[in-house]
Design a protein around this ligand. Structure first.
Ligand SMILES: [Zn+2]
Length: 211
């Protein structure tokens, strides 16, 4: 009896150990119903979708991006790049706080309320209009080692489309996105669209217009 118990214990320990080494797991059940091509920008508010959140390295993301995010992180690691996340899913309340704080900095600088709101919109979105509320957008940067950021962003720019992500706010496309260049912000759109958008050097807005 004792031997059998020891054997069960050993099997259990081995099983847990293997799982730890292989983590994070892939997920097999997707519960969200948001389309990866959903447009959320300055004049498209987020609609009423079911967004099921899962945790990746301590950050909440929509479950539809999870498995590709695992693959991308592993691929980067093989190239010697550690993809650190700085921001992912935000609630409408988080977004409101962030926007208000941005506006406040301009108010403190002496701008009028209207001008401060206008200035804040250059780098932040109003609640309901941020991609971060979809759980499909991720800001990558290494806060602890900012020197690594250029390498991280360069790798993502060249490789993220293979895993369904795009550089969402490219340099020189500000007139379309209405957001200043953000080398850290990547958005999941699915592999097919990501490849086309990246190869054609266009934005999600331009891609959807051509559909
Ligand atoms: Zn972002």
């Amino acid at each position: 009896m004792k031997k059998i118990l020891s054997l069960i214990l050993i099997v259990l320990i081995l099983y847990c150990g293997i799982n730890l080494v292989l983590s994070p797991h892939k997920i097999s059940k997707i519960k969200s119903n948001i389309d990866p091509l959903t447009l959320v920008n300055y004049n498209h508010a987020l609609g009423d979708y079911k967004i099921n959140l899962v945790t990746f390295n301590g950050f909440k993301v929509c479950d539809i991006i999870y498995n590709d995010l695992v693959d991308m992180t592993n691929a980067a690691k093989k190239d010697g790049i550690t993809l650190k996340i700085n921001n992912s899913y935000r609630t409408a309340e988080d977004q409101r706080d962030m926007f208000d704080a941005k506006r406040q900095t301009y108010l403190n600088q002496g701008y009028s309320y209207e001008k401060a709101t206008y200035k804040a919109k250059e780098t932040a979105q109003l609640p309901g209009y941020s991609e971060h509320q979809t759980g499909l957008a991720i800001d990558f940067s290494n806060e602890g080692h900012p020197d690594d950021n250029q390498k991280i962003w360069q790798w993502l720019k060249e490789n993220s489309y293979k895993y369904g992500f795009i550089l969402r706010y490219p340099n020189g496309k500000e007139d379309i996105t209405k957001i200043t260049y953000e080398p850290w912000h990547f958005r999941y759109v699915g592999k097919k669209a990501a490849k086309e958008i990246t190869k054609q050097n266009i934005t999600l807005e331009e891609y959807l217009k051509g559909k």
